[in-house]
Design a protein around this ligand. Structure first.
Ligand code: G6P
Length: 301
């Protein structure tokens, strides 16, 4: 039998159950339970809704992640900020436009399966989601997300096909990075690579130089094996992936931000999404009974 959430929290003095009303008092929503993680190395906040890391602050350092001032903290909502996990499809559903964008994992309650401090003083939390075949996704699967929170965060995904036949799964770890000003941000490491431009209906272009943000940018790069770097004037962050060949770069720009309820006018300047996963031509085929694994890590420098 697995331990309950309250058993794990009672055992782990670095975990504390809190809620969005306490941590985000000005945000909309009916309220959401949040888990606060405090260790000598970092302070972090996790929503069990979506297994979504909302905040990550290295001790003595600056916050890594952005949460929209309009993020709707409600059960079953998609939370605008932090690191949503889009799974088992990225973007619109491949065949049914009535299904939600970006899959079902980000709006489901996940179970906290285990938590401990490892020998290097990092908090490790394992979360799980069981899906039974239904109208949204016609295969049983089990997803596990393991967060390792030291001076920097690492996220590992394990996806197991529990059904009798293979399925396709596209997914990304959709990180909202806090930036000083989007107009100053450059994403390095994609020069010369082809991308699908979602702003241009998926037309393909070749990246020239770093990605910059003078308006809406929504691009998917495939088969990227090396880390990409976010240069934000004040700091540089590396986003590395193991078995995360796709990179998505996204910011609404001013015009679209004003139309998106949970972003709002002017709020696009504070974030850049640099996402890693497997989508478009990198989509996973997961055989019956197979487990696929991937890892994303974020480091300074
Ligand atoms: O509004 P959401 O469903 O959270 O999607 C937010 C964005 O996610 C990704 O970055 C996609 O590439 C964008 O096309 C999408 O607009």
């Amino acid at each position: 039998m697995t331990d309950s959430l309250s058993d794990i929290i009672a055992r782990c003095d670095f975990l504390e159950l809190t809620d969005s009303a306490s941590l985000y008092p000005h945000n909309p929503g009916t309220g959401l339970a949040l888990l606060q993680i405090n260790t000598p190395k970092c302070q972090a906040t996790l929503a069990l809704n979506g297994a979504q890391l909302m905040r990550f602050t290295p001790t003595g350092g600056d916050e890594l992640l952005w949460v929209s001032p309009q993020c709707n903290f409600s059960e079953g909502a998609s939370l605008r900020g932090g690191i949503p996990l889009c799974l088992p499809w990225f973007g619109p559903h491949p065949s049914d436009s009535n299904q939600p964008n970006h899959g079902i994992a980000r709006t489901q309650p996940w179970d906290l399966l285990a938590a401990h401090i490892d020998e290097q003083g990092r908090a490790r939390l394992k979360l799980g989601l069981q899906h039974q075949a239904d109208a949204q996704f016609a295969h049983d699967f089990n997803a596990e997300l393991t967060l390792t929170l030291g001076d920097t965060p690492t996220l590992e995904l394990a996806l197991t096909n529990n059904s009798q036949s293979a399925f396709n799964a596209s997914w990304v770890m959709h990180t909202y990075f806090a930036v000083s000003d989007i107009s100053q941000v450059r994403i390095e490491g994609l020069d010369g690579r082809e991308y699908a431009d979602k702003v241009a209906g998926g037309a393909r272009f070749t990246q020239s130089g770093p990605v910059t943000f003078a308006g809406e940018v929504d691009r998917v790069y495939e088969d990227i094996q090396l880390p990409v770097t976010i240069d934000d004037h004040n700091r540089r962050l590396q986003v590395a992936g193991d078995a995360c060949p796709s990179v998505v770069t996204w910011n609404t720009g001013a015009e679209l931000a004003a139309k998106v309820d949970d972003i709002g006018p002017g709020n696009h300047t504070g974030y850049v999404c640099v996402e890693r996963g497997a989508c478009l031509n990198d989509t996973w085929q997961v055989a019956a009974g197979e487990t696929r694994r991937a890892q994303m890590s974020i480091t300074l420098g």
